[in-house]
Design a protein around this ligand. Structure first.
Ligand SMILES: Nc1ncnc2c1ncn2[C@@H]1O[C@H](COP(=O)(O)OP(=O)(O)OP(=O)(O)O)[C@@H](O)[C@H]1O
Length: 561
């Protein structure tokens, strides 16, 4: 089936989880709070298009025949030792249980080793992390040794990831490849930890490879003495989940980071999705003669054939019962099931997790409002467990490598097509099978036009018996009121950011109140006036205004609607 024997794969995952845990411990805020805004075009986008490189042999061969893909179609036949890689890296690879390269590794390595910049697109779970780490390690090996008394030893490789989870995971994967490279160090800097603690750690363990989230990296550039000097040694810059990092939410940070590293460097951009607008702005990071390595065959879409994709359309009042019915069926059909449910916001995530917990399902939750140490612990538990459900926000959407996820459910509108693909990519990793279900309300159906090239089919609604409905209603009545109130407000905030829906604010509030009723609240929760103002929903009928302080009038405001 897969290239690595079950034993070695399991061992590797354990090491990786352990390292990720060590690296991420003890912090308490979101690494993913910046919501990318879309649509603003970079004016200087009209640079020459780079040479469009087709993916290497294996990918092309697959497109040519129509045979069903084998479970390890993400693997090529090329061995790692066919490339001029350090014997110590090859030993690490062997210990990791990797026998042959994945298609993206095979396609990018020769180009990178020639010294070129690369923009690489390859499906989720196909080994992109190793693809950029291996040649990065080579760059460190080739760099001149640094004297021991150098107070600011250069950082040779800088890897930037959009979330803390991803940064820790990439650093953990680097540590696996560095097993025999005792003189090469990797450190991770991420939001949520105390800056001085990170500064001390970096001073104690001067590393050549640094993995970071953008905001924290900039904190260090601004506040850590000698850090900017260390970045002047960067020879390789990697933007993991490049499209997300180059999106408007992160763009400014990335521009600052690029300005902080030398112009003379190699840059790699990797992602499972590279929308056209990102292709057009990638020149801010890449040299003009970079190569675009596309391992996604034309017409095959960015998703895996072995993952069946379905969507269901139902009015909001049926969503909770439907999810329950769907889960019951999946659990009955799949021994050792592993399910991820994506929700639109952190507070809706908490609500759904509460509800499923009340329904006695084995459920965990991860979102930005949970402390980082908790997120790391739960993530680790979910990675190792079977017969478990993880309810999560988009902090788990990209890159997180959980083995054997049998079903991914997306409740409500994904923020965009790319996010749909990345979330779905949590299942079907390494050529395995999986299922994806997108649950939408009728007024969210328009989203389907953005994924019409993907093999996503309409599924019949599972039957819901009266007993199940009653059970769900009872469970909902046991969910804490404050959690429902917060979910209502967050729901409204999320859909207010969805242009198509927010255009008609009266309708938006009607829908929010429908969501409120679906939680069992016939009277929608009141919202503080300042929050209503911030959301741009002042005077919209149907909203209830909570007593709050009206700054303008300088007195308490008890208006309610
Ligand atoms: N050559 C290989 N052979 C077998 N397994 C591999 C190989 N290279 C990487 N892997 C493993 O494949 C899994 C998926 O890799 P990785 O997380 O890098 O995927 P990805 O392409 O970055 O996915 P995403 O787009 O979701 O971030 C990991 O468990 C990794 O250790």
């Amino acid at each position: 089936m897969t290239s690595d024997g079950p034993k070695s794969g399991k061992k590797r995952r354990e090491i990786r989880a352990k390292l990720a845990k060590e690296l991420a411990g003890g912090e308490d805020e979101s690494g993913n709070k910046r919501r990318p805004k879309r649509g603003r075009e970079d004016k200087s986008a009209d640079v020459d298009e780079p040479l469009i490189k087709k993916a290497a042999s294996t990918a092309s061969v697959e497109a040519a025949d129509n045979k069903p893909k084998t479970s390890d179609s993400y693997l090529s036949k090329t061995r790692f030792d066919q490339f001029p890689l350090s014997p110590l890296s090859l030993k690490g690879i062997q210990d990791a249980g990797f026998k042959t390269m994945t298609v993206v590794q095979e396609a990018t390595l020769p180009i990178i080793l020639k010294g070129k910049d690369v923009l690489a697109k390859a499906k989720t779970g196909t080994g992109k992390t190793v693809a950029f780490l291996l040649p990065s390690i080579e760059a460190v090996i080739k760099s001149p040794p640094v004297s021991r008394d150098n107070r600011h030893p250069p950082i040779i490789v800088l890897v930037v990831c959009p979330t803390r989870e991803l940064a820790c995971q990439a650093a953990a994967e680097a540590n696996i490849l560095l097993k025999y490279h005792s003189s090469i160090g990797v450190e991770v800097v991420i939001g949520g930890t105390k800056l001085p603690a990170e500064q001390r750690r970096m001073q104690k363990h001067p590393c050549q490879i640094l993995v970071a989230t953008p905001g924290r990296l900039i904190d260090h550039i601004d506040n850590t003495s000698g850090f900017a000097t260390r970045l002047k040694g960067v020879k390789v810059l990697v933007l993991d989940e490049a499209d997300h990092l180059l999106d408007m939410g992160f763009r400014r940070d990335i521009e600052r980071i690029i300005a902080a590293v030398p112009k003379q460097r190699q840059t790699f951009l990797f992602s499972a999705t590279v929308p056209e607008e990102v292709r057009q702005i990638c020149h801010i990071a890449l040299k003009q003669d970079h190569e675009f390595v596309n391992c996604v065959q034309e017409g095959s879409g960015e998703t895996h054939q072995k993952v069946s994709q379905m969507y269901m359309i139902a009015t909001l009042d049926r969503h909770f019962s439907l999810i329950y019915a769907l889960l019951k069926k999946h659990i009955a059909d799949n021994v050792g099931y592993k399910v991820i449910i994506f929700c639109t916001t952190a507070m809706v995530t908490r609500l759904v997790a509460d509800l499923l917990g009340q329904l006695s399902l084995n459920v965990r939750e991860i979102h930005s409002r949970k402390p980082q140490s908790y997120r790391t612990r739960v993530s680790d538990e979910f990675r190792k467990s079977k017969s478990i459900i993880l309810v999560t926000s988009d902090v788990s959407a990209r890159g997180v490598d959980y083995p054997d996820v049998s079903l991914v459910v997306q409740m409500g509108l994904p923020s965009d097509r790319e996010q749909y693909i990345h979330r779905l990519g949590r299942t079907g990793r390494k050529g395995k099978e999986g299922e994806g279900v997108l649950l939408l309300a009728p007024w969210e159906e328009y989203f389907l036009s953005s994924v019409k090239d993907l093999p996503i089919a309409k599924a019949p609604l599972p039957p819901i018996d009266h007993e199940a409905v009653k059970k769900v209603q009872k469970a909902l009545s046991q969910v804490e009121m404050t959690h429902k109130e917060a979910a209502y407000q967050a729901w409204l905030g999320y859909y207010k950011s969805q242009k198509k829906i927010a255009r008609d604010t009266t309708r938006l509030v009607e829908l929010a109140n429908e969501f409120s009723r679906s939680m069992g609240l016939d009277t929608p929760p009141a919202i503080p006036i300042n929050v209503i103002g911030k959301m741009g929903l002042k005077n919209v009928p149907g909203l209830r205004v909570a007593p709050g302080f009206d700054k303008r009038k300088g007195k308490k405001n008890y208006r309610s609607r």
